[in-house]
Write a new protein. Structure first.
Length: 399
């Protein structure tokens, strides 16, 4: 088992970036294991919805509930991971507008595409909820999670995008704070964020909140901040967490502890420690070249498709109710066949969304801007200078 040791600082690309307390390298090392782990989190959410749609009856249903009933914590994993990756890939001296533009290019095209599919389904298929105009507008603008009655309009999983939109809005200020904090301050911020999750989980479990808070963006911010502060500690070479095997074990134990607590936000408290340790451990494994289950080519490819898969799979399951009905409770063999078929359709649709919407739209929205500097008219005796072009921004978009 890998022991907790000092993490080497990522290599710097210039003299200014050599001190990570002031800025970060322009191009950080890639962390493919985190991309692979995204696929695992998306699968957890898919499994939860398979269980919720009642494809398995009898003993099969009980086994599926035991194994997949805690899948909602996959969203918590996404929130922690989002904070980590955005901090890891943050550009030095980045402007807020440039950051927000990249974030819009990253999530908005697929969000609009799946919202359009959901709207088409609402008016063409049976058993599909029809949103009102205010609900649809709130969904498109990613503010629907701020009011519980609207949180699952159109594509229901988009409630988490509304949370992410709030995280993105706060990230420029958070990044400024993180760069000013030293290792002790960052460690304290990790502890405060984890404690905040525990307090919120306790409040919901004891009905102190007027309504469930699991979808409320401000209530999910501590998970994002925890991931961001952890990334900063890794960048500074001051992360002291356990290795990949121990972190994975803690995450699995927390996952299967979820059924013992109140459903909803309290489940987040069960898996937070494991996730908060697993993500930095996977990053450190990539930096050191240590073995990782999630760095393989296929896992990374599936991780690239994970966002589109997450956004598309519930629409596929909903559309299937027009044929299968609600809660069909098949036997094990039929339930596995239906699940495999719907998984395949979801994966194919996610590939189409990724290749036909996500990638080309991102290239279009972030296309390189070229400009030609006008040259002053040279004196008669002077030789004209050639026209020059401005340097292009060639950095890749962070996740």
């Amino acid at each position: 088992m890998t022991t907790a040791t000092r993490v080497p600082r990522p290599p710097s690309t210039n003299a200014t970036a050599a001190d990570p307390t002031t800025s970060q390298p322009a191009a950080m090392p890639s962390l493919p294991s985190l991309t692979g782990l995204r696929w695992v989190a998306a699968l957890l959410v898919f499994g939860l919805h398979v269980r919720n749609f009642g494809y398995f009856g009898g003993d099969g249903g009980r086994i599926v509930t035991w194994g997949l009933g805690a899948g909602a914590v996959g969203v918590s994993f996404f929130f922690v991971l989002s904070g980590f990756v955005l901090t890891w890939s943050a550009r030095p001296n980045d402007r807020a507008l440039a950051f927000w533009r990249r974030r819009i290019a990253r999530i908005y095209p697929v969000h609009l595409a799946t919202a359009a599919i959901a709207l088409l389904m609402a008016y063409t298929l049976a058993r599909q909820p029809k949103p009102t105009l205010p609900q649809a507008l709130a969904n498109v603008l990613l503010v629907h999670s701020w009011w519980r009655p609207w949180w699952q309009t159109l594509d229901p999983v988009s409630w988490s995008l509304a949370c992410e939109a709030f995280f993105y809005a706060t990230f420029p200020l958070l990044a400024l704070l993180l760069r000013r904090l030293g290792p002790r301050g960052l460690t304290a911020l990790v502890g405060i964020s984890a404690l905040s999750v525990l307090v919120l989980a306790w409040a919901e479990a004891h009905h102190w909140a007027d309504q469930p808070i699991s979808s409320f963006p401000a209530a999910r911010l501590p998970e994002f901040v925890l991931g961001a502060a952890s990334a900063r500690l890794v960048l500074l070479g001051r992360w002291r967490g356990p290795g990949l095997e121990a972190s994975l074990a803690l995450a699995i134990i927390g996952y299967f502890f979820v059924p013992q607590v109140t459903a909803g936000y309290p489940a987040t408290a069960c898996t937070l420690t494991g996730f908060a340790l697993l993500i930095p451990a996977a990053a450190v494994a990539d930096l050191r070249g240590l073995p990782s289950l999630w760095r393989g080519r296929r896992m990374v490819r599936l991780g690239e498709l994970s966002f589109a898969f997450y956004m598309a799979h519930l629409l596929v399951l909903r559309a299937a109710t027009s044929v299968l009905g609600k809660y069909p409770h098949f036997g094990v063999a039929a339930g596995l066949a239906v699940t495999a078929a719907l998984f395949t359709v979801s994966l194919v649709l996610s590939w189409v969304l990724y290749e036909a919407v996500e990638r080309p739209a991102r290239r279009l929205l972030l296309r390189k801007r070229r400009s030609v500097k006008p040259q002053p008219t040279p004196p008669a005796a002077a030789k004209p200078a050639p026209l020059s072009r401005c340097t292009e921004d060639t950095q890749q978009t962070g996740d």
